[in-house]
Ligand binder design. Structure first.
Ligand code: NAD
Ligand code: ZN
Length: 303
């Protein structure tokens, strides 16, 4: 299977998708029958769970397309770019500092926990669960999930622009100059932090400028991670797609590609997405409520 590697956001599904969708919508009605889904789940040996920002919404972290998707006067798509960082590294760091502080205060919710518990239980039965996530908050890890592919990076890793060193960094604040900065309010004043007071590399006196180790719009996803994703998508026999708007590529293609192999895909979302009609199941509502029901121990599970 071929996957495009560059991170892009499309507000509308490409034309060809819309046409396919209309055709399929007539033929293929998705179901919201939880008992039916649970039967399929009880027989699955390799479960792939694709998650987006919506999985962390009930932990208090705003989604990009929700009300919290604007920081000061900018949309996230305008800040999360290499061009924005080279033009104004201070503002981009203020934005990420705000996100890091919010995330450090957040806890995994019942959806993250249901996924982690399911992985632990199924692994004892010789079955597998992989989480392929677009979130950068690390909450799947905090909830206890072990097999995680973070395709968009992690807020708590930094990358040095000079030496390329990648480090885990959970410092709060990440540097003294960002203390108390990063307010998302529209009338907040730009801190205009000089570039040498922004987070700098500690590796062997390198002192290079650090950036968050996340994938920005227009950048290429890590090919090693994508190869692993491809393998999981090609071999899963059940796929769940949770809290993603299906407009950020390449992740938006993952679940439709699994569905095109005839594998059952179940979508968990508070709304509908451009992909909803392509899937076998759609469970509408907050995933903190729907996922614990969907992934609970099935009566046929002996361990
Ligand atoms: N927590 C995070 O790490 C975080 C937060 C915001 C954005 N992002 C990044 O933003 C990009 C946006 O793409 P995306 O598709 O992941 O997010 P998105 O913001 O585009 O879409 C969120 C989706 O989640 C749904 N949703 C909201 N609350 C929900 C809930 N309680 N239960 C179920 N569904 C819910 C919405 O209907 C929407 O379809 C990604 O690249 C991601 O890395 C990450
Ligand atoms: Zn360095």
């Amino acid at each position: 299977m071929m996957i495009i590697h560059q991170l892009t956001a499309k507000m509308q599904a490409p034309r060809v998708f819309c046409r396919t969708q209309r055709t399929l919508a007539g033929l293929f009605r998705h179901s919201s029958d939880m008992a039916d889904f649970r039967e399929v789940f009880s027989k699955a040996k390799r479960v792939a769970i694709i998650t987006g920002a919506g999985v962390s919404a009930e932990s208090g972290l705003p989604t990009f397309r929700g009300a919290g998707g604007i920081w000061r006067k900018w949309k996230t798509q305008d800040l999360a770019t290499p061009e924005a960082f080279s033009r104004n590294p201070s503002s981009v760091w203020e934005f990420y500092h705000h996100w890091r502080e919010m995330t450090l205060a957040a806890k995994p919710n019942t959806a993250h926990r249901a996924i982690a518990e399911c992985e632990a239980r199924l692994s004892k039965q010789g079955r597998s669960v992989v989480v392929i996530t677009q979130t950068i908050d690390g909450l799947h890890h905090s909830a206890g999930s072990r097999h995680i592919l973070e395709i968009h990076g992690n807020l708590f890793k930094t990358r040095c622009l000079s030496c390329g060193d990648v480090e885990v960094n959970r410092k709060s604040p990440i540097c003294a100059a960002l203390e108390g900065k990063g307010s998302p309010d529209t009338d907040a004043i730009d801190a205009q932090i000089p570039v040498n007071a922004l987070p700098r590399c500690k590796e062997h006196d390198c002192n290079g400028l650090l950036r968050p180790d996340v994938i920005w719009f227009g950048e290429t996803l890590d090919s090693h991670v994508l190869t692993k994703v491809e393998k999981e998508l090609d071999s899963c026999d059940l796929c769940l797609v949770v809290g993603t708007s299906a407009v950020v590529y390449p992740a938006a293609m993952f679940a439709p590609q699994v569905a095109s192999r005839g594998v059952p895909v179940a979508e968990f979302n508070t709304g509908v997405t451009p992909n909803t009609t392509r899937f076998m199941y759609h469970f509408q509502g907050p995933c903190g409520t729907t996922l614990p029901i969907a992934l609970a121990r099935h009566e046929s599970e002996v361990i």
